[in-house]
Design a binder for this molecule. Structure first.
Ligand code: FAD
Length: 393
């Protein structure tokens, strides 16, 4: 038997559920199908279980895309405050952690519960454990063969997300469907992901695992000032996750280990005021001690500051202010928060998210070539484009 609906959404994640509830509120008959055994798994695991559900400072500048203007329209029409309004209507307590990042006080489960309650109130039907086998388009709409039957819908919304964390249900179906219908898919790679080190840097840093410090990470003319964490495999922490989206193998990656300070001026002040002290001693006052010692062992002059001559001082300052870290790669999709690249937006409407090649076909969320920074931007993107598509499907 055929399950008929107006709108079939593939993927019960952030973007798919938002699209479904918005379309349902307009009176559309909506079915959502997902191959996973429960909905919104990434929402559940996000933000350390508290879901960083939006960022109040969201602008187009917080996203990477080959088409940087594409995200503007949807972000302007569904703002963080629209989503906060829904969160407040559902009585979910939240707080700002830093830099406009909003988190649930209690649990990310509340966000999933809210979306499901909204879907239910709007008459949306959701089916989990429903893998898709084929998608075809006929004169009368889309025919989708899936584990729970044959679906027929006038509009099809692809909301299958990116490739990160395959164990949470990520798959390449969205990209395959895009290609099937003539869309280009821009090369994908892991973003917001820890970097691995190799060779000398790996050897010299790995036993510092657990050391954290504030840095400014710079790559390809982009910089992020935040904390960094040394791990047994490499480096992580917000500053590194952010810069990882801008880094590719071979790119020059620099760390300012004294962010917000002029390393040369600091060294000169130490030479003037603390000349008898060892560099490792004064450095341990501004850096984690284990890291300061390691730097003095391998890279910096290990002697009383007054004995550091002018060329050495300048060299040391350059190293502290712009440490060249040789990353060998990323930890990949296994631990990445997002997938860079994806469905080329140049053949998708930025206001309706409808394909310009296939009427009735829509792409929303991370499957598109739009990737946000760390800090709630990726969910805001999912809500905004889910909402925009939900108003027209
Ligand atoms: P998803 O939410 O990934 O949903 C896609 C859905 O499609 C899934 O339910 C999946 O099961 C389903 N699906 C996939 N393939 C198929 C298929 N073949 N057939 C049927 N269904 C399929 N972003 C933030 O803004 N704030 C955070 O705090 C945050 N924390 C994160 C923490 C982690 C560990 C990870 C991995 C990501 C985090 N993100 C965060 C990113 C955010 O989760 C995603 O950007 C967002 O979920 C994308 O929404 P989406 O709806 O496009 O895709």
């Amino acid at each position: 038997s055929v399950i008929r609906c107006d709108v079939l959404v593939i993927g019960a994640g952030a973007a798919g559920l938002m699209c479904a509830l918005t379309a349902g509120q307009r009176g559309r008959l909506v079915q959502v199908i997902d191959h996973a055994n429960k909905v919104g798994k990434k929402i559940l695991m996000s933000g350390g279980g508290r879901c960083n559900f939006t960022n109040t400072g969201t602008t187009a500048a917080n996203f990477l895309s080959a088409n940087p203007h594409f995200c503007k329209s949807a972000l302007a029409r569904y703002t963080p405050y629209d989503f906060i309004g829904m969160v407040e209507r559902h009585g979910i307590a939240y707080h700002e952690k830093e830099l406009g990042q909003l988190f649930c006080d209690v649990s990310s489960k509340q966000i999933v519960r809210m979306l499901l309650d909204e879907c239910q109130a709007a008459g949306v039907q959701i089916r989990t454990d429903c893998a898709v086998s084929t998608v075809e388009r006929g004169a009368d709409g889309f025919h989708v063969h899936a584990a729970q039957g044959h679906f027929h819908a006038a509009s099809l919304v692809v909301a299958t997300g990116g490739l990160s964390i395959p164990s949470m249900g990520a798959s390449g179906l969205g990209y395959e469907l895009a290609r099937q219908f003539g869309h280009e898919v821009l090369p994908t790679r892991a973003g917001l992901v820890p970097l691995t080190l190799s060779g000398r840097h790996q050897e010299r840093f790995q036993d510092l695992s657990g050391v954290a410090l504030p840095v400014t990470a710079r790559c390809n003319e982009v910089e992020f000032r935040n904390s960094m964490l040394i791990t047994h495999r490499g480096i992580s922490g917000p500053a590194i996750l952010q810069i990882s989206s801008y880094w590719q193998p071979g790119d020059d990656l620099r760390l300012d280990l004294l962010p917000g300070q002029d390393a040369e001026a600091w060294l000169r002040a130490m030479k003037r005021d603390r000349g008898a002290a060892e560099l490792r001693t004064v450095l341990s006052e501004v850096l984690p001690r284990r890291l300061a010692l390691r730097l003095c062992e391998h890279w910096l002059p290990d002697r009383p500051v007054r004995q550091i001559d002018e060329p050495q001082l300048r060299q040391a300052a350059a190293l502290l202010g712009s440490f060249p870290l040789v990353a060998s790669g990323t930890e990949g999709y296994r631990t990445a928060e997002v997938t860079l690249g994806g469905v080329d937006t140049r053949k998708v409407s930025s206001s309706t998210f409808e394909s310009q090649l296939v009427p009735g076909l829509h792409f929303v969320g991370e499957v598109l070539d739009v990737t946000g920074w760390l800090g709630g931007y990726n969910f805001q993107w999912a809500w905004a484009c889910g909402h925009a598509a939900g108003q027209v499907v």
